[in-house]
Design a protein around this ligand. Sequence first.
Ligand code: MD6
Ligand code: FE
Length: 217
Amino acid sequence: MHPDLFDALPVPQLQPFRLDDGAVLLRGFAGSDDRVLLEEVEKIIAVAPLRHMITPGGFRMSVAMSNCGQAGWVSDPGGYRYDAIDPETGKPWPTLPAVFMELANRAARSAGYENFIPDVCLVNCYVPGTRLSLHQDKDERDPSAPIVSVSLGLPAVFLFGGSQRSIRPMRYTLLHGDIVVWGGPARYHFHGIAPLAEGHHAIAGRKRINLTFRKAL
Ligand code: MD6
Ligand code: FE
């Protein structure tokens, strides 16, 4: 059997794996929706193209980003914000596909967060060498809502620290179909992605797509 065939076989895990209080890893949870999810990503980025945003410090982000939903996360030299209009196109972001909504809600429920209705999905695209430095997600209005993070394509090493930057992060490899849900006491933990290793994924090719669902507004 060709080794790539294994990439297409999700192994869903019955028990959520605890990363910390409030944070769990659901192995393979998105595995059976993978092709539909990637088709929807293609439709989104055809309307709202992937772009490298500029940080408030003036650096070009190594991750290429887009959004869908009622608003999108935007970084520019003026700061970070959620904006209902895509500054690249001058148009609203594409709407959140029903399959995204349903998956995010189901994953949150499995992690113990009932009635999670996201209004924003940030689409992150990594190619080998791309990294995301340690950061906190704190631009969202409602701190009681968790974030649901879906990994597709190439594996990535997720760095998961604590409430202070000085806490040395744990390292978890996130695979195609894995979902991380976090909120509660872990909601503002520092986290990032180590530089993506070279590789080829049977379905996604030479990249990793991460979808993070938020209740931002
Ligand atoms: C990524 N994820 O996995 C980047 N943020 O590519 C994030 O920055 C993230 O996975 C908040 C909550 C979950 C996440
Ligand atoms: Fe984040």
